[in-house]
Design a protein around this ligand. Structure first.
Ligand code: BGC
Length: 346
């Protein structure tokens, strides 16, 4: 009996010691409203805990002040590393400065942290390439080099406060701009510049009401909108809702990004034409690897040291590969890989 008690005591002491010495990682996510951030947070937490870290995971309800105070709390409660997916890339300056003062490394997660020299690394997907994949899809599907056209196109981009949004937009625009200039693609609304087509906070409702306005102002005469370039799934959903309620023409080509569940269903139902899939498991695994390398003082894996200038420094980055998904390959990409079960998208 005594022996058993001794072993139990030793085990308890051992566990307490491990907990006391476990390094703590603060993970700050923008919102629970969008599916992807829940998955990002879940994968990060699970992978980090499996690697032996303590995790402080917080969601900020898309409220900049909330994110700011959550990050400050993470610093004050002794986190050894911070991983931040910012709501607004340039609004966390004071918290980042505090992290630097406390010598806490900061990893920008998916979205670049702007206007600060306190950002150690950036891990994301190749954001420009996301846009290129969407633009190439439009070019190929409409056969823009050969077809006579003209085709009507409208554009819905992302949140101006998110540094990624311009990369997505630019990647797609660089592919389709020559056809807009030659008149093969016609933007009846005349809204082409990023500032005109942006969607604050990436909100579905905002994208929907702008699309409704465009449809009633420029397509009520019965003309078709042939393609609607949408930077991501939450905005594609808004555009799809607007079309479903206010449009009787031929259903347009609609692009998206993330393979959110409702959008995957729309792809299966033929309401959304494609998606750029960014496997959040890949990004989470990469960031956990980065954290290990930082804390062990090893060389950190990066594959881009030129692109991501945050206005103060060029942040060494690791870019994961985005993947094209449509009605033909969604099963292989999403189900066979274990990302979703069949039930998830019923
Ligand atoms: C992410 C996208 C996401 C969007 C809205 C971007 O920063 O890269 O995957 O769709 O935010 O949450």
């Amino acid at each position: 009996m005594k022996k058993v008690l001794f072993v139990l005591l030793a085990l308890a002491l051992c566990l307490t010691a491990t907990a006391a010495f476990a390094e703590k990682v603060g993970v700050s996510m923008p919102t629970k409203d969008l599916q992807r951030w829940n998955q990002d947070g879940d994968y990060m937490k699970a992978n980090l805990e499996e690697a032996g870290y303590e995790v402080d995971l917080q969601y900020a309800s898309n409220d900049v002040q909330t994110q700011l105070s959550q990050v400050e709390n993470m610093i004050n409660s002794g986190c050894d590393v911070l991983v931040i997916a910012a709501i607004e890339g340039s609004s966390l300056g004071s918290a980042l400065a505090l992290a630097k003062e406390n010598e806490i490394p900061v990893i920008a997660y998916d979205r670049l942290l702007m206007d600060s020299d306190a950002v150690s690394f950036y891990s994301t997907f190749d954001n420009y390439k996301v846009g290129t994949i969407q633009g190439d899809f439009i070019k190929k599907t409409l056969d823009l080099d050969n077809a006579e056209g003209p085709f009507n196109l409208e554009i819905t981009a992302g949140d101006p406060g998110d540094n990624n949004a311009r990369y997505f937009y630019q990647g797609a625009i660089d592919v389709i701009m020559p056809y807009i200039e030659s008149g093969k693609l016609v933007v009846k609304s005349g809204q082409i510049d990023f500032t005109e087509v942006a969607t604050p906070t990436w909100a579905t409702e905002v994208a929907q009401s702008r699309a409704e306005n465009i449809l009633s102002s420029f397509y009520a005469d019965g003309s078709n909108v042939d393609v609607w370039l949408c930077s991501n799934d939450s905005t594609a959903l808004g555009v799809t809702n607007a079309l479903a309620a206010n449009y009787n023409g031929n259903w347009p080509i609609i692009t998206g990004q993330d393979c959110d569940k409702p959008n995957t269903k729309n792809i299966i139902d033929g309401k959304q034409s494609m998606c750029v899939f960014k496997d959040t498991r890949t990004l989470a695994a990469q960031v956990v690897k980065m954290i290990g390398q930082i804390l062990k003082g090893e060389e950190v894996d990066v594959n881009d040291t030129e692109t991501y200038d945050n206005n103060v420094i060029v942040v060494p980055s690791f870019l994961c590969e985005p993947v094209f998904a449509n009605a033909e390959n969604w099963k292989e990409i999403l189900i066979d890989s274990g990302y979703y079960t069949e039930d998830d998208i019923k």
